[in-house]
Design a protein. Structure first.
Length: 281
């Protein structure tokens, strides 16, 4: 890096183009989104063909020299910028000095089905981007092979959703815009059992685990944060399952319930007789 690096102008067309990606319609048109902070940028740089550009303050470029090097190695254009430019592009209150421009990552639902997934999270009418990103992160941590966002759910590339995924967006296939009926039908045809997560479900998660019914390929359907799953969606499932509340809490929020359900399935699938232990033996 030169001793006196040249900073990109705030009026540069590249800066203006990056700033516009805060708007959903322009993200969709360009099929580009923003990844902010060192963790997200590192993951993007390691995902072949994804990172297009990187804007970095001089301080951040020095502090995260390894990430900047990975970005250059991945073929991304690196622009040094002052803090004002980064703040203008960023959607966070306290930017961390690195903002990447990335290509869309979503895959087709057909490709997900072809991979014969054993554990899938389906987000039906999930509108909060923070929740969507957090469920994606939980699915990644639990070892799910895919996430499906229905056509009524939040934009996967909303900056809050990207941040909440903490890099998991780059780890597993995600299909977007799939009607919930199509998602359920396709997964059922692929031999996947459909479990709808709902606090008023007739089946108890503990009972399902005790009965040994959760070892096979499973897709969990998670509903809207405020009103859960409508009756027509519940009717599509093989079972409607509630997470038991053993204490005095009124309920669990969406992301917490999703983590409990996904980890329960992951544990069952890895237990003796579960589909993962069968396929891995």
């Amino acid at each position: 890096m030169p001793a006196t690096p040249e900073l990109i102008s705030p009026r540069s067309p590249r800066v203006l183009a990056a700033r516009r990606l805060a708007r959903r319609n322009l993200r969709s048109k360009e099929r580009l989104f923003l990844a902010e902070g060192p963790q997200a940028v590192r993951e993007a740089a390691g995902h072949a063909g994804t990172l297009v550009e990187l804007f970095a303050t001089v301080d951040a470029a020095e502090r995260y020299a390894d990430i900047v090097g990975e970005a250059r190695g991945a073929g991304a254009r690196v622009h040094l910028a002052d803090e004002e430019v980064i703040a203008d592009i960023s959607t966070t209150v306290t930017p961390q000095g690195l903002v990447g421009v990335c290509r869309f990552l979503d895959t087709s639902f057909e490709d997900i089905l072809k991979a014969r997934p054993k554990l899938v999270a389906v987000l039906a009418n999930v509108r909060d981007p923070g929740n969507a990103g957090t469920v994606l992160r939980c699915a990644d941590a639990a070892g799910a092979e895919a996430v499906v966002l229905t056509d009524a759910s939040v934009d996967l590339y909303n900056p809050k959703a990207v941040r909440a995924s903490v890099g998991s967006l780059f780890h597993l296939p995600v299909a977007v815009g799939v009607p919930v009926e199509e998602a359920v039908a396709g997964l059922k045809d692929a031999g996947v059992r459909i479990l709808a997560a709902d606090g008023t479900g007739t089946d108890d998660l503990d009972d399902e685990l005790d009965k040994g019914t959760m070892g096979g390929p499973t897709a969990w359907v998670f509903g809207n944060e405020a009103w859960g799953l409508p009756e027509e969606t519940r009717a599509l499932a093989d079972a409607v399952v509630r997470v038991p509340i053993h204490g005095k809490a009124e309920s669990l929020n969406l992301a917490t319930a999703a983590a409990v359900c996904l980890y329960a399935s992951a544990r069952a699938q890895r237990a003796s007789g579960g589909c993962r232990s069968v396929t891995e033996s």
